[in-house]
Design a protein around this ligand. Sequence first.
Ligand code: GLU
Length: 285
Amino acid sequence: MKTKKWLTSGIVSTLALAFVLTGCGKSSTEGAAASPAGSPAAAAASGTGPESLKSKGKLVVGVKYDTKLFGLKNPTNNEVEGFDVDIAKALAKELLGDEKKIELKEVTSKTRIPMLDNKEIDMIVATMTINEERKKQVDFSDVYFKAGQSLLVKKGSAIKGIADVKKGTKVLAVKGATSVANIKAKAPEATVLEFDNYQDAFSALKAGQGDTLTTDNAILYGMVAQDNKFEVVNEPPFTDEPYGIAIKKGETALVTAVNDALKKLQSNGEYNKIYEKWIGKAPSK
Ligand code: GLU
């Protein structure tokens, strides 16, 4: 099995993870017990979570359409494809018994929380970092993927790492992403240009409108898969970006059901299959 050095490097998490991944996509702590309060019976009794999904008959999930490897609309068949999309389908199967009982809706980094708030979607599975600020707005599942912020440059660029991002450097990023505040903190003198989505930001980099594009390494490796004239620099990453599935605040029964489903996907090998399909074959430098 291929090891992705870029997935694990530099990651330190304080979260109590039942679902920590190694570079091979294996669990370090299998078999964590579900809390009794969050049992399926409790969820059913509360009338929230999976029970309300069952009456609706489908799971409506916000995914990216602009992020290769995680959620990208394939122009040849109009299918939205990627790691997050397959995780979302696997959750539909666990929660509703059929992976086809799903409706995918496009979110961007900026629109995902408002769409959850408006109940346009039941959950967000979209490269979304768990952090304290967001926890005030949404509830999160356990971590299901770990990334960290890096830089994408044209091969041969003078930028080899974050220390080369300084006054006069034009950095491209996406609105609503953690990457914006992170780069401003790490390189306060640089100029940050913000785009609505990752494909627009990547097009701008290709057109020479910026010196580097910054976001999670996992997303940047997806861009390298699209055009190998570009490369990821600054490994290990300069932040930790643990991904969680975001659910409307207070929907604790649904959070528990999703966590139980994630554990099951991990123990029955389904998670590893999805991981290998998307991440195992991705570029690693
Ligand atoms: N994981 C980061 C975030 O949640 C960057 C990727 C994204 O924009 O979704 O903001």
